[in-house]
Write a protein that binds this ligand. Structure first.
Ligand code: ATP
Length: 904
């Protein structure tokens, strides 16, 4: 008896493979005319389904594999024929030495004895085969009541056996032996796998180990494995590590390691689609911001509706406003003010276009509206009245409109007339004045923060003024226009551009727009701001898309979208059987769709994602951590694995860092454990009196670290980290400690993936453009275009804090400004458990001023930069304004010092 199969011309053409032949003879299986292989050695025949063709994999004893590719109908036919030959010839061939070979592959036993991890897809396919071909099924009684439980138990046993079998491999694959949790992550091979890791837990080692194990165990050949890294630097590191550690397994072949963008590019190129252009035509962030600036200017010129929306957003609705109910205490109000307002002359509040400080965002909107419409007003002019019990009282309504001799009084009050608890006294006084003023009320308009949020406030104000016979100017006068232009240039554009870029990216990647966006703006706590923002973003986004199309350019998000289409419409076929994704916490919806397309195109292709949800810090660049947290909703049932041990930080640092991010019920039940609990280290809060003493505080800290390193006789690496690059420029690292300290200054984003002995986190203060936490990243506008809003208001900033702290091996130092301490420091000091573990260092005002200022001056003299004489912290930089060139403090708007530039 003999049967022959071959690739055939159509098969070769379709699959692109070389010719093959398979003969089933009584002596055994003959591949390509070679020596017969006994059926007794055959352990399994697996069909890997493709769209048009399937891959048949013949697994023999000793881990030997033969693979052929055949068009779909043929593959199943060949598999059946081989199984039938094996069943009828195995007895005759030779006695079977292993139990595995006693079980024909069509039976349940055959399934359970397959020498690979049984993934859900394989079990499902096997079950489907059984129901389609009753003759091959194990028969009645052999199918256990709970197949899933049987498979789970068998997989547990399999993993244990593999850990034993591959012990030597895992001992030596990296420079240190892999831990048990790392080994498990390598061996478990479900269709979908999520490895929930901690900072410094050796994720890269798992990726290297898993790639090596998968190749050795025959899950995939090197060229069938794809590793996706977050950036080029990480890709190069993983590529080098794979080449260095797995050289003997690769046998000259290469594992593909690249970024998502490079993958998108290569898919586009391979698909031959003109839609994916050369890298030069792919816009980076700087180019996008430049283009957006041009678009905004053009739209303002061409479209009066856009221009007024832009002005309203910029001058009246720039920052999110609080709900009155959230302002329970003076502390809550103070915090909000610090974060969204400015400071001038020792006062905090909101600086109007007219140059005075007002108390709330509602008042700011009224003041700016009056100013832009040419209405002359006085802020908080006192009025006198007699209360019902006969007392003479004084009250200060928010605005007195001089020409009308009328008042506008603004109250922090919700839709039901309930005042913000912190303003209940002002509320009471206002009511008393209104009651006693009687007739005067005819010339008073009372507005509320609820009207501000809903957008009715300014409409009411305009209608009321019109009714009073006051004609407001339709266009700002020259002075108002200049003040507005300056404000847009220095305050609103820098804030809005990044936010709009992030918004447009998410809207495109998450496919949220049109009516869905309108529905969402209506449900927002700040509906008018949301509607304005969505309106300008929509117009900018549409123009941006048009420009890209006419210029034949795309951005990185388009590249991913086009790659997905190429996979979906079949213009590109990928060859990967195992896809590993590093830093999965920073994945975007667009990238997730590309992954799903790749998985759908190749059933049986396995996905292994590794990341740390606590380190998701790229929301502004399109990342959506909900994809990590709800992994199974996007990718289907998955094996969930954990890496809890950190090889980097000591337990004290890990505990403090974890408390910042443990805000959403910790869905994965993470607990970071120091791999070596004996390592000592700590978190220190360094308190300096005021923001102009930041440099002195840093000097003090470095002196202490320097002394410690010198005493220990060991050089230490130090990272100086800041939320913003500009803060690093303002507080430069002194260079006179280099004998015992290796100091590097980085942004927190730039330190991702790196580590140092000591980490110093700058800028832990409230208020100002460089404050940490920042307001911009977690602006609720981004939630409008995210599938899942995050309930915690500073979620992303908390994760940044976690990333900063977990860069440290031994010591993390938080630089805290005592005058305006950051909420991140305050909450640490108020938490008894954390406080007990903290070291507190203090720089008092007296000791700070003299040496620190001298040091600063010296430093600046060396750098050739001039220190600001007003705050001592910033530097004087050249600027130009409406009255010509001047020099101003780099800490603007916190410090508003300016001086004229003298003509040479
Ligand atoms: N099994 C191990 N035994 C000892 N050290 C290990 C082991 N695995 C990894 N390491 C070490 O742990 C440190 C952190 O590893 P790695 O940089 O891969 O962590 P990571 O999980 O990517 O961290 P992060 O997410 O914070 O960037 C490295 O110095 C690495 O050599």
């Amino acid at each position: 008896m003999m049967k022959r199969f071959s690739s055939g011309l159509i098969g070769q053409w379709l699959t692109g493979t070389t010719e093959w032949t398979l003969a089933l003879t009584d002596e055994g299986m003959i591949f390509n005319g070679g020596a017969p292989i006994a059926y007794g050695d055959l352990q399994q025949v697996v069909v890997d389904e493709g769209v048009v063709w399937d891959t048949l994999a013949f697994g023999f004893a000793g881990g030997i594999w033969h693979r052929v590719e055949a068009i779909k109908a043929d593959a199943i036919q060949i598999q059946r024929a081989v199984n039938a030959f094996a069943a009828s010839h195995s007895d005759a061939a030779r006695p079977k030495p292993q139990r595995r070979q006693e079980a024909p592959s069509g039976t349940l036993a055959g399934l359970l004895y397959r020498p690979l991890y049984l993934s859900a897809w394989e079990v499902d396919r096997w079950a489907r085969e059984q129901s389609a071909d009753g003759a091959q099924a194990g028969g009645a009684g052999t199918m256990p009541a709970d197949l899933e439980a049987a498979v789970a138990q068998r997989n547990r046993q399999f993993v244990d056996d593999e850990l034993e079998r591959y012990a030597g491999f895992f001992d030596g694959v990296e420079s240190a032996p892999l831990t048990l949790e790392q080994r498990r992550a390598c061996v478990v091979m479900e269709d979908r796998n999520l490895l929930v890791a901690s900072a410094g837990s050796g994720k890269t080692s798992v990726i290297v180990g898993k790639v090596g194990y998968a190749i050795d165990r025959g899950y995939a050949r090197p060229e069938e494995i794809l590793v996706l890294a977050f950036n080029n630097f990480a890709a190069a590191e993983i590529r080098d590590r794979i080449a260095a550690r797995l050289g003997n397994l690769l046998e000259g072949a290469a594992v593909r390691v690249q970024t998502f963008h490079a993958l998108g590019q290569s898919i586009g190129a391979a698909a031959g689609t003109r839609a994916v252009p050369a890298p030069a035509a792919v816009l980076d962030e700087g180019a996008i911001d430049g283009m957006m600036g041009d678009i905004i200017a053009a739209l303002r010129k061409e479209n009066a509706g856009f221009d007024s929306a832009w002005i309203e957003l910029s001058a009246l609705y720039l920052k999110p406003s609080p709900r009155p109910a959230d302002l329970q205490s003076p502390h809550a109000w103070e915090r909000h003010l610090l974060r969204s307002g400015t400071r001038q002359g020792g006062r905090r509040g909101y600086l109007t276009l007219n140059g005075e400080m007002v108390a709330s965002q509602g008042e700011l909107a009224i003041a700016n509206w009056l100013f832009l419409h040419g209405v002359d007003y006085a802020y908080e002019k006192p009025v006198h009245y007699v209360s019902p019990d006969g007392r003479r009282c004084q009250y200060r309504p928010s605005f007195h409109l001089r020409e009308l001799d009328a008042h506008v009084d603004h109250l922090m009050q919700d839709a039901h007339g309930r005042p913000a608890p912190v303003f209940s006294v002002k509320h009471r006084d206002s009511l008393a004045w209104q009651q006693s003023a009687g007739a005067e009320l005819a010339v008073c308009l009372c507005t509320t923060s609820n009207e501000y949020a809903s957008g009715q406030l300014l409409r009411r104000l305009a209608a009321w003024m019109q009714k009073g016979g006051h004609v407001v100017a339709s266009r700002p006068g020259r002075q108002a226009q200049e003040a507005l232009d300056a404000w847009i240039r220095t305050e609103s554009s820098p804030f809005l551009t990044g936010l709009l870029r992030a918004f447009i990216r998410h809207a495109k990647s998450n496919r949220i727009g049109g009516t869905e966006l309108i529905r969402r703006t209506g449900q927002c706590a700040d509906p008018h701001r949301a509607a304005l923002f969505a309106r300008v973003a929509d117009a900018i986004g549409a123009r941006y898309a048009e420009r890209l199309a006419t210029r034949g350019e795309i951005d990185f998000d388009d590249m991913i979208i086009k790659a997905e289409s190429a996979i979906r419409d079949g213009s590109h076929r990928h060859r990967f059987k195992l896809i590993l994704v590093d830093e999965f916490q920073d994945i975007s919806q667009g990238r997730a769709r590309l992954l799903r397309a790749m998985l759908d195109a190749r059933p049986g292709c396995k996905l292994f994602c590794v990341g740390d949800d606590w380190q998701s810090i790229y929301r502004f660049a399109g990342a959506d951590v909900s994809l990590f947290k709800n992994f199974e909703a996007s990718f289907g049932r998955a094996a969930l694995l954990r890496l809890d041990s950190t090889f980097r930080s000591c337990q004290g640092i890990a505990d403090v860092a974890s408390r910042y991010v443990d805000f959403d019920g910790n869905p994965f039940g993470k607990k970071v454990r120091a791999a070596d609990p004996s390592v000592r280290g700590s978190v220190t809060v360094m308190q300096y009196p005021a923001r102009d003493k930041a440099g002195a505080g840093l000097n003090y800290v470095l002196q202490r670290l320097h002394r410690e390193a010198a005493d220990a006789g060991a050089k230490r690496s130090v990272f100086i980290l800041a939320r913003y690059k500009r803060l690093l420029e303002q507080v430069p690292a002194p260079s006179n400690f280099s004998d015992w300290l290796d100091i590097e200054s980085r942004t927190i984003h730039g330190a991702k993936g790196l580590q140092a002995d000591c980490v110093i986190v700058l800028g832990l203060m409230e208020g100002g453009p460089h404050a940490f936490p920042s307001m911009q990243t977690d602006d609720p506008m981004l939630d409008l275009v995210m599938p899942h809003a995050e309930a915690e208001p500073y979620a992303e900033e908390r994760r940044l804090m976690y990333v900063a702290l977990t860069r440290a091996r031994r010591r993390a130092i938080l630089m805290s400004c005592e005058a305006n301490p950051s909420m991140f420091v305050t909450e640490l000091l108020h938490d008894p458990a954390s406080r007990a573990a903290l070291d507190i260092w203090k720089l008092n005002a007296a000791s700070a001023s003299a040496p620190a200022t001298a040091a600063n001056r010296k430093m600046r003299a060396r750098d050739g930069t001039a220190g600001c004489p007003a705050c001592g912290d910033g530097q004087l930089v050249q600027r130009s304004g409406k009255y010509g060139d001047f020099r101003g403090c780099s800490s603007y708007p916190d410090c508003r010092y300016t001086e004229k530039v003298r003509a040479a």
